[in-house]
Design a protein around this ligand. Structure first.
Ligand code: KMH
Ligand code: ZN
Length: 274
């Protein structure tokens, strides 16, 4: 099996400091935790940013500051979110795609359909998905296709036919969001059997499913995403003191299943990044 690419979803848009005091929010806090994640085995970070008062943001300058701070400390790959927070418009969502030169991210997410998101709706109408895909391509980046449900894999096929993305692609199965596909082993097995030939995949399971899914994924040769965007607990009722604790636990579980962990350079090769 190839080395596992471990991604740390550091911040997200929904988790608050009221829920956990350990959520990194400033560029320096994110960078410090990212460097520890890298040491613990992460090859990539999935990045959202926050304003000074903790509100979710996709502001290019906040992304720039975070990316610079991360790259000053370590060589972890940076994947910017284009999902942002529920209710954001397309320009706001694509803030991270405007960065160029040394500040350019390594990858960007692309969600390929609308989905219930707890009590909200994460709205991704087909024209919007095509617009974001066009901007990702224009930035010279490869998308990570975020699939919260099975039909989003079919939409990736449609996007490829229309020339918006290329196949094979890299997919992320986001399992366990309220109102969407469950964090269920059968869902994982269907999703991985259903991606276009030659594609690579990561799985991000929500909440208490996060760490057990690393083991399921490891057995199946896939890649894992962990981190506070999706889960704030290292064990039942115990908050993770940083994303690095979740990465370290994921690394331990993956290694116990016989997997090695990809370096950022190996991740670049495995995921076909430039
Ligand atoms: N915060 C969610 C509404 C992404 O990063 O691309 C969307 C999200 C997906 O987190
Ligand atoms: Zn995200």
């Amino acid at each position: 099996m190839s080395p596992m690419v471990l991604t740390a979803a550091m911040v997200g848009a929904e988790v608050t400091r009221e829920q956990t005091p350990y959520l990194p929010m400033t560029a320096d806090e994110i960078a410090e935790d990212a460097a520890k994640c890298r040491e613990a085995g992460a090859a990539m970070v999935h990045l959202h940013v926050r304003t000074a008062d903790g509100k979710p943001s996709q502001d290019a300058e906040l992304f720039r500051a975070a990316i610079r701070a991360i790259r000053k400390k370590c060589d972890v790959l940076v994947q910017v979110s284009t999902g942002g927070a529920v209710g954001m418009g397309v320009d706001e969502r694509c803030g991270g795609l405007t960065l160029t030169g040394a500040d350019r991210p390594d990858m960007a997410t692309l969600t390929t359909g609308t989905v219930n998101f707890g009590p909200d709706v994460f709205s991704n109408p087909r024209p919007l998905v095509r617009e974001i895909a066009t901007r990702i391509k224009g930035a010279g980046l490869k998308p990570e296709i975020e699939c919260f449900d099975v039909g989003m894999i079919d939409e990736a096929r449609a996007l490829a036919k229309e020339g918006f993305i290329e196949l094979p692609a890299h997919f992320d199965f986001v399992l366990g969001v309220g109102g969407a596909l469950a964090a269920d082993e059968r869902a994982l097995d269907f999703m991985r059997s259903y991606v276009p030939d030659g594609s690579t995949w990561t799985c991000a399971a929500m909440g208490r499913h996060q760490l057990p899914f690393v083991e399921l994924v490891a057995e199946r040769g896939g890649n894992s995403r962990v981190g506070m965007e999706d889960n704030i607990f290292i064990s039942k009722g115990v908050l993770a003191k940083g994303n690095y604790e979740l990465v370290a636990e994921a690394a331990k579980r993956a290694k116990a299943k016989g997997r090695t962990l990809a370096t950022p350079q190996q991740a670049r090769e495995l995921l076909g990044l430039s």
